[in-house]
Design a protein around this ligand. Structure first.
Ligand SMILES: CC(C)(COP(=O)(O)OP(=O)(O)OC[C@H]1O[C@@H](n2cnc3c(N)ncnc32)[C@H](O)[C@@H]1OP(=O)(O)O)[C@@H](O)C(=O)NCCC(=O)NCCS
Length: 167
């Protein structure tokens, strides 16, 4: 991904040195569960995810300039409806940095640059009012519902709103 810079942040590709910072983000149930994933419990699990992020090159690591640490992720992954011209926007942020405008700052840069990657962004979420607020703030519109989503084996299948932003 092209490196992006904002006032407080650098958005860049993942690398091997990001393991411990990624673990802090993904092992926190308060971050993982609203994103409908299970919190990770081992560095080995984290390494597998990090290797995937490094290989895929479709996810930004959010680096806080003041500390050099990674505090969040923004992904432009496969669309939930598998539309080839659309990328699914997903994001998460370490808990101590919530509600300081950091994701808004990061998404402003990512969305402004996304046209070089795709024509359309999509997003889905599981009853997450904060995510819904952020998506609408950036102009995403709900155009559909994806039915019977089940990301984890022990999860009851559920529906999620499907949003689109034409770039
Ligand atoms: C969702 C998340 C990425 C947002 O990051 P953030 O840096 O805290 O977001 P920002 O501070 O840039 O913006 C938050 C916005 O949501 C609003 N907000 C906060 N709590 C809210 C709530 N309970 N309901 C609706 N809106 C809410 C804020 O007022 C702000 O809006 P504004 O800029 O119009 O004032 C982060 O909180 C997070 O990782 N949460 C846990 C995991 C998660 O929910 N992931 C998303 C999965 S799809």
């Amino acid at each position: 991904m092209k490196l992006l810079e904002t006032n407080r942040l650098i958005l860049r590709d993942w690398n091997e040195q990001d393991l411990n910072d990624l673990f802090i983000i993904l092992s926190n149930p308060n971050v993982a569960l609203p994103a409908d994933s299970s919190p990770i419990t081992t560095l080995c699990e984290c390494k597998n995810i990090l290797d995937y992020l490094i290989d895929m090159k479709n996810n930004y690591a959010i680096e806080l300039k003041s500390t050099g640490h990674i505090i969040g992720t923004i992904g432009l992954n496969e669309d939930a409806k598998r539309n080839a011209d659309t990328r699914n926007l997903g994001f998460s942020l370490a808990e101590e940095f919530w509600n300081q405008g950091i994701m808004t700052e990061a998404l402003t840069a990512v969305i402004a640059n996304a046209k070089s990657i795709t024509n359309k962004l999509s997003a889905i979420h599981k009853q997450n009012p904060k995510t819904e607020h952020i998506l609408k703030k950036f102009g995403f519109q709900q155009i559909d519902v994806i039915h019977n989503i089940q990301r984890r084996a022990n999860e009851v299948p559920h529906d999620e709103p499907y949003y689109i932003l034409i770039l």
